[in-house]
Design a protein around this ligand. Sequence first.
Ligand code: SF4
Length: 446
Amino acid sequence: MAIQNNRLTAEQYEQNFSDIHPPFETQNAALVEANRCLFCYDAPCTKSCPTSIDVPKFIKQITSGNIKGSAHTIFSSNIMGAGCSRVCPVEKLCEGSCVFNLMDEPPIPIAKLQRYSTEKAMENNWQLFERKPSTGKKVAIVGAGPAGLSCAHVLSKEGVDVTIYEKESKGGGLMTYGIAAYKVTPQFCEEEVNYITAIGGIEIKYNQELGKDISLAQLKKEYDAVFLGIGVGIARQLEIPGEKLEGVVDAIQFIYDLRAKGYPTVPVGDKVAVIGMGMTAIDAATQAKRLGAKEVTIVYRRTKDEMPCTQHELDIAMLDGCEIIWLAAPKKVKSEKGKVKSLVCSKMQMGEPDASGRRSPVDTGETFTLEVDMVIKAAGQTPYEKLIKKFNIQHSAFKIKTDNCATNIKGVFAGGDAVNGGKEVVDAVQAGKDGARAILKYLKLC
Ligand code: SF4
């Protein structure tokens, strides 16, 4: 067994990481699907979208050939509508609410239609929003992820000059660095950032980390308001022996390397264990398989009923040949000559419900061993504790506490994963919009 890179040919990498949800092949195919929509007056699809995209309206615009209008409808509610059409778990959002599900018929492929319109807008560089004349107000945003970009776009539209400070060398946040490459490519993410900022009035300063290259005090002094869209970024540790061995890696780092450095450069084992069952765990497991791992086993300490990923995501992992072991918790990583040799797991069972009705897994005392040469940790992420402490920002378990997006520090607002602990990209986009509205009110611009 060995961890190695460059396992496949260029063609195999290309094939394994190609678009998982390909677009409509013809205009007619899009029209056929758009014409199935019933244009429901109470549109449950819109109600279940965190950014409240007017779904029947944008689909109607497609049927009448008004693609520009359709893209405008989408981007008015969600400026990252193109990216969201590729990464949103639509089966639990808009498409999951489509009335066709009640008739046991396939739902309208809302995401694919959304991609159809927004992709055309981006390809043709249709600039659908105009920036108001400058108000002279300046806002600093920390983080060029979905929350920061969405906040920046709303503020810029209203004539506010925005400077985004981003710690990485590219914008897009988790869209760029933390999502499987077969959903969105780094190139698409870069194009999306450029498309959003093309409105003008938004400058992104890259390689600028809060607490290292810039301080909150400095931003407060130089700008009229600050928005923190810093996300969550530190991988939760397993706190088990052997965690530091060569061959134990963090899922976010693994996905980041894949996207930032290229598929052939990223080493993967023959037999890989992935700890966790969230979307990041699934993305890491499927990509390990697509990089050439012979066996990938996902280990989860609860049952299928509690899994945080969607059934659709689980299906992708299973179709890729990943094995799942439910009710198992990692106990120890064993090594040989300093390298991972096996993973010892405890067998768990679900305990009695606590006061809140939630059942937790309980160790049965029995164990089993998986022979693996690589362990990928995807047991969630923790907020930036040190940063939050350093700036005396009020928090709850290090999730920033806000009141209508305002933190306890005057003029400092926050939104997205740093506040909610980590949700979908579309939730972060809405949080950015909410943050921008709160800032506009604070600056007396609305
Ligand atoms: Fe169309 Fe389905 Fe939405 Fe109704 S619920 S408007 S049919 S997409």
